[in-house]
Design a protein around this ligand. Structure first.
Ligand SMILES: *[C@@H]1O[C@H](CO)[C@@H](O)[C@H](O)[C@H]1NC(C)=O
Ligand SMILES: *[C@@H]1O[C@H](CO)[C@@H](O)[C@H](O)[C@H]1NC(C)=O
Ligand SMILES: *[C@@H]1O[C@H](CO)[C@@H](O)[C@H](O)[C@H]1NC(C)=O
Ligand SMILES: *[C@@H]1O[C@H](CO)[C@@H](O)[C@H](O)[C@H]1NC(C)=O
Ligand SMILES: *[C@@H]1O[C@H](CO)[C@@H](O)[C@H](O)[C@H]1NC(C)=O
Length: 507
């Protein structure tokens, strides 16, 4: 056996082994599975894990922007005209967290308990004006809450009606942004509180929310099953809500919107429990996006989430009583607002029945501006960008015992909307990009083996071709090769020789 054929054998065997192993690994997805196993193991809510610190204190700033609807034709509206509103905002606050507070492992370390404490810091440069000065004319929410409370009793309704007249408390009120958000003492509530001390005298949309929390959450760590990562087990000690009329409506499903399991699938529904809405909502895949070089799936709430009970029978449980069942795109949340006729929707009644936007001059629902969405990196489940947008409305209608409401048709009246937004910070983005690169490289490692096998195959083919050619030329070598060699040298030689005699002859 010659040295050359030995090389051919070695190359051949190496090539076969590389190709077999490589293709085996690719087909069996061994490295991919290993990588996924690793991710599932690392993305858990336990001390020392990769994600625990950023879960407790998320690094990117979260902005809360408030937009108010300033009513410009109160008197005309009360006489039966269509209401007109102007959008005023944003008034921007940054969440200053000690986000997850009092974090403790419970249930033998299978779960983790925490409070979500946040405070709000006003950002003047990102706002349209001074919330202490800017005044907004809007629905007098405390008055509507009290009127709704007493409407069953003619006697109490008449008394409240007289109080309202005597203290000049109307169906609409003008207050500063600060008052509307962070609270003011309402004269009617103060009057009611004088006889029923349990009633809060102060009203504000965000009253007592600064530096407070929504109560204790207990989350799954995701150690047993990665699909459970960040899933809520209980809220305020409860597995179920009690506000609504069906198990479906009362269920607390999914995460609180701050953590999502890794290895997301385009076909899955993502569930998020939101204490603000007093319910669980879900989101579905909309499209692929990219944020700061990180690929992401965009998840959005489909129309069925807030569809009327006719369109989505699952939602029947959200009707407080059959009479209080509103149409598509609006959700009456009075059961968790102490009975106040508050209605939640997307801003400008986006995704709602067109009649709601049509009833108010100044509404123009637009997907880009009013959509709620979450952009999640599918490999890690990391939030790369999110916009949570919701509108607070009040249901205005005729209230028996209150003559001033006589002219009113049932109207879902917009008060304000929020845009809570977050984008991954550069440092975290760099870390996620690095992790994804490693993950891609490890997952594709078998392809490198296959590639090497392929190169070896090419080398083998070349070697074989060469060996074959050499073998056939070796057979003919004796026949004409030397002649050939001579012929190559001869012409010059011959001429030289030829010349000499000629010269000699001439000489
Ligand atoms: C709201 O509208 C009233 C008039 O209807 C106006 O006086 C007031 O300045 C407006 N508020 C803001 C913040 O523009
Ligand atoms: C109120 O409802 C009545 C009857 O449905 C309708 O004729 C009227 O135009 C409505 N008014 C407004 C301001 O929408
Ligand atoms: C957190 O723990 C401290 C001390 O144990 C306690 O004083 C505080 O009230 C707790 N915070 C919450 C939100 O429960
Ligand atoms: C909320 O509380 C923080 C600290 O307690 C304070 O700095 C901030 O100004 C408060 N925000 C509002 C809107 O009152
Ligand atoms: C939040 O949404 C509002 C309404 O569409 C928009 O004007 C605002 O720019 C958004 N804020 C951020 C930080 O993107």
């Amino acid at each position: 056996m010659t040295r050359r054929s030995c090389t051919v054998y070695v190359v051949g065997i190496t090539c076969a082994v590389l190709l077999a192993v490589g293709i085996g690994l690719v087909v069996g997805q061994v490295f991919r599975t290993l990588m996924h196993k690793r991710l599932k193991k690392e993305i858990v809510l336990v001390e020392g894990s990769r994600v625990f610190e950023s879960w407790k204190k998320p690094p990117p700033p979260v902005y809360m922007q408030y937009f108010f609807f300033n009513v410009t034709n109160v008197n005309e509206f009360l006489q039966g005209a269509k209401p007109e509103v102007n959008q005023i905002g944003p008034y921007t606050y940054r969440w200053e967290y000690r986000y997850k507070d009092n974090v403790t492992m419970v249930e033998n370390g299978r779960m983790v308990a925490a409070y979500n404490t946040k405070s709000f810091v006003f950002l003047r440069e990102k706002s349209v004006g001074d919330p202490a000065v800017d005044s907004i004319t809007t629905v007098n929410i405390p008055a509507w809450a009290v009127m709704n409370k007493v409407k069953g009793s003619f006697w109490r309704a008449s008394m409240v009606s007289i109080w309202m007249n005597s203290i000049g408390s109307g169906l609409f009120t003008t207050r500063t942004v600060d008052e509307l958000l962070w609270g003011y003492e309402d004269p009617l509530l103060a009057r009611v509180a004088a006889s029923s001390p349990e009633v809060e005298k102060v009203f504000g949309l965000m009253y007592k929310k600064n530096g407070s929390n929504d109560g204790e959450f207990i989350y799954h760590t995701g150690e047993q099953n990665y699909m459970d990562y960040g899933r809520i087990e209980t809220w305020q000690g409860q597995r179920q809500l009690t506000f609504w009329n069906s198990n479906y409506s009362n269920s607390i499903v999914g995460s609180d919107g701050s953590a999502f399991h890794p290895l997301l699938n385009k076909n899955e529904r993502i569930y998020i429990f939101t204490p603000d809405l007093c319910r669980t909502i879900y989101m579905e895949f909309e499209k692929d996006v990219e944020v700061k070089g990180i690929p992401a799936y965009r998840f959005t709430p489909p129309p069925s989430v807030l569809a009327s009970k006719e369109e989505n029978p699952d939602n029947e449980g959200f009707c407080v009583t059959p009479k209080e069942c509103l149409g598509t795109g609006v959700l009456k949340v009075s059961p968790c607002r102490k009975g106040a006729p508050v209605v939640a929707s997307f801003p400008h009644f986006y995704l709602a029945d067109g009649k709601y936007a049509a009833a108010i001059e100044g509404m123009s629902p637009e997907r880009t501006h009013h959509q709620t969405f979450l952009d999640l990196n599918p490999t890690t489940g990391v939030i790369v960008r999110a916009h949570k947008r919701a509108q607070v409305n009040v249901l205005l209608q005729r209230v028996p015992g209150f003559p001033t409401t006589r002219t009113l048709n049932e109207t879902v009246f917009p008060v304000m909307f929020i845009n809570e937004s977050v984008v991954i910070d550069d440092e975290s983005a760099a870390r996620v990009r690095k992790l994804l690169l490693i993950s891609t490289m490890v997952s594709n490692f078998p392809l490198i083996i296959v590639g090497l096998g392929g190169i070896m195959l090419i080398v083998l083919v070349i070697l074989l071709a060469k060996a074959r050619k050499q073998k056939s030329s070796a057979e003919d070598d004796t026949a004409y090769s030397p002649v050939n060699d001579k012929e190559k040298e001869d012409p010059q030689n011959g001429t030289y020789i030829d010349l000499t005699p000629k010269a000699d002859v001439q000489a």
